[in-house]
Design a binder for this molecule. Structure first.
Ligand code: PRX
Length: 634
């Protein structure tokens, strides 16, 4: 049997051969890669795909449990190898080093704990946790017993949490008493208590004790993590799953109000995350790999847990934030653990670049071999700062383009193997077929072109549906350009076929790497009794990439005060989370609209960016005078 490392591409020539093969014979290619994993029974058909329905199925009738491949195989062959290195928020507190054998035992114990609560295959379990090893344990325990995990980022508000719990009718909530973030303590349990006032499907709440602060306790439903696992066995047979059974749901914002529960399935997700992890980051056994994301996002799922563990890698998880206790924390951690692969977001890079270089030069960063970037377009300045100061002009930078929906990285250089180009994600991974189209869907055939990005061939880790709403899945991803997957991003291609992602082409704004639909923010602003209508747009921001600006029409214009702005921000924070608060709020008497009543967001975006002279023809608007009025307010 081949190992997944046998599929690690090591040269440009090999990349071309593999890319060619994957395009010509995708089913042969992916079935060979899939053969590197342990299956309980092998698939009888590799692929069934029809994007007019849309439907994508991989490794049909294959049976497996992903945790056997993440844990058991390594616990057997290399039991003492480190699976997780955990660095706490407080640099003086104890770190943790968890071997594959230990991680397997912890996962089995918690799996048995979940079973003792009556959790069974197909049940949805919500996780709202700090970045502690128990979060990874809980994720894998769900997967082990066939329960579907739905991790909600622990920065979301109680309303956002309850909306996600209710959408997928989760039976159990796993949380903690609180979270340490820098010098703050976030009271997670009370946020959960609030959320659960409107979540009838939750039967039990498991509480991991992290901060040991006093919390409200509901003896009928709350169970301490330690009590749950106390007498549990360290063995738990994995539940055999179908390749197309759901592995997890992860919510992402959309351009319309409700979050979308993206559904990922077991077989294809396993094959693609491991394959892309090994190839993009060029991980070698023994390396220490660090991704600074939060497990509450897809990057955490695919490249902090599943991808690395499937490859038997050592994955470093950090509980804290880059600024605590000082802005040198990342470099301190890189030195402390001799990190080899470092994967972070442009927004973090831009914040780090604001601080004195001595904070970097204090540390020995010679262990670093590969740098990565994810979450938003990386601007030229940030790319060069990263290259010069962290990469010392000699390390490859993998700018990885992908999404919650794609499950894994689709466009990126393979670090040090294929060519890189500043601000370009570069080439598609083997098996991925990008195509640029114009607004009408005409394929842009010139080598060098700029347009809308689509993907034309199925890949194993594409999200299969939106939980409970296949129609919306079809509408959002497969109706703009029938037969093609539409990710919602614009891109340009150079003459060598390198792709640069230019940003969203829909009403999603990426703020500090977080995807925020403008519609849900507008909905929460409109909840204010004084607000008649609002429109939220993004505008460029030095650190965050984009910031938000809200244009708000009040019923009574005379009520426009700073305290009303605070009330609006609080409303947004309560209904989504602090990340969605706009930087600027402008009270206006009208919004520029077309004659059919549609808000002209293009104009609002330009105004927010002070591009007053580049507004185009506004004379056809229903109310051109409001444009002048808004200009006057800046
Ligand atoms: O607009 C693209 C941007 O982030 C979006 C996906 O966001 P999310 O589902 O939250 O996943 C983020 C982590 C994978 C994309 O549609 N994006 C992500 N990576 C890049 C990027 N934009 C440009 N360059 C990237 N490397």
């Amino acid at each position: 049997m081949k190992s997944i490392y046998d599929f690690q591409i090591k040269s440009k020539e090999e990349f071309e051969i593999v890319q060619d093969k994957s395009k010509k014979y995708p089913e042969v290619f992916w079935s060979e890669v899939a053969g590197a994993f342990k299956w309980n029974s092998v698939w009888d058909k590799v692929l069934e795909s029809d994007w007019t329905i849309p439907r994508t199925k991989w490794f049909i009738n294959g049976k497996l449990n992903i945790t056997e491949n993440c844990l058991d195989v390594h616990a057997k062959s290399t039991p003492d190898k480190l699976a997780i290195l955990w660095e706490p928020n407080d640099p003086n507190a104890d770190s943790q080093r968890i071997t594959y054998e230990e991680l397997l035992s912890k996962v089995c114990k918690f799996s048995n704990g979940l079973k003792s609560l009556g959790v069974k295959k197909g049940d949805r379990i919500c996780l709202y946790m700090p970045m502690v090893p128990e979060l990874t344990v809980a994720v894998l325990a769900c997967a082990r017993i066939g329960a579907i995990h739905s991790v909600v980022f622990a920065g979301f508000s109680s309303k956002a949490l309850s909306a996600r719990i209710n959408d997928s009718k989760c039976r159990v909530l796993i949380t903690a008493d609180g979270a340490f973030r820098g010098n703050k303590i976030i009271d997670l349990k009370s946020i959960c208590d609030d959320a659960l006032l409107s979540c009838p499907s939750i039967e039990k709440t498991v509480v991991f004790e992290r901060t040991l602060k006093k919390i409200k306790w509901n003896p009928k439903t709350d169970i301490r993590w330690d009590d749950l696992i106390q007498n549990m066995s360290e063995d738990c047979l994995p539940t055999i799953m179908d390749s197309e059974d759901m592995l997890f749901i992860l919510y992402t914002s959309g351009s319309t109000g409700k979050p979308k529960g993206m559904v990922h399935t077991c077989g294809g997700y396993m094959v693609y995350t491991a394959y892309s992890f090994l190839n993009v980051f060029q991980y070698s056994p023994g390396d220490i790999y660090w991704c600074t994301a939060d497990i509450g996002w897809i990057t955490g799922h695919s490249y902090m847990i599943y991808g690395p563990l499937l490859a038997g890698a050592t994955t470093l998880h950090f509980e804290g934030i880059p600024s605590y206790p000082n802005w040198d924390r990342f470099w301190n951690i890189c030195e402390k653990y001799k990190v080899n692969q470092f994967y972070t977001a442009p927004t973090a890079i831009r914040s780090l670049a604001k601080h004195p270089k001595e904070l970097i030069s204090k540390y020995d960063l010679n262990s670093l071999k590969v740098l990565g970037s994810v979450g938003e377009p990386i601007n030229e300045e940030a790319w060069h700062w990263y290259d010069e100061n962290i990469g010392k002009n000699k390390l490859p930078i993998a700018d990885t383009w992908w999404q919650t929906e794609t499950g894994g990285i689709l466009i990126s250089s393979l670090a040090g193997v294929t060519d890189q180009k500043p601000t370009f994600a570069t080439q598609a991974l083997p098996g991925i077929v990008p195509e640029l189209v114009d607004k009408k869907g005409e394929v842009l055939k010139d080598k060098s072109a700029e347009g809308i990005l689509t993907i034309t061939a199925p890949w194993p880790s594409i999200a299969r549906t939106i939980y409970g709403n296949h129609e919306r899945y079809k509408e959002v991803y497969f109706s703009a350009f029938p037969g093609k997957y539409f990710p919602g991003d614009g891109a340009l291609r150079d003459t060598k076929g390198n792709y640069r992602i230019t940003g969203r082409v829909d009403d999603v704004v990426i703020v500090s790497g977080h995807n925020l639909g403008t519609a849900p923010i507008e909905n929460s602003i409109n909840e204010h009794p004084g607000v008649a209508e609002s429109a939220v747009v993004g505008f460029p921001h030095e650190i965050k990439g984009n910031a938000l600006m809200a244009y708000v029409i009040l019923y009574d214009f005379n009520l426009k005060t700073e305290s009303l702005k605070d009330e609006i921000r609080t409303l947004i924070s309560n209904s989504i989370g602090p990340i969605a608060k706009p930087d600027k709020i402008l009270f206006v008497s009208g919004l520029p609209k077309t004659r059919s009543g549609k808000i002209m967001r293009r104009i609002l975006r330009k105004l927010a960016n002070n591009e007053f002279n580049d507004l185009g023809d506004v004379s056809t608007l229903l109310n051109p005078e409001v444009v002048e009025e808004i200009k006057g307010q800046f």
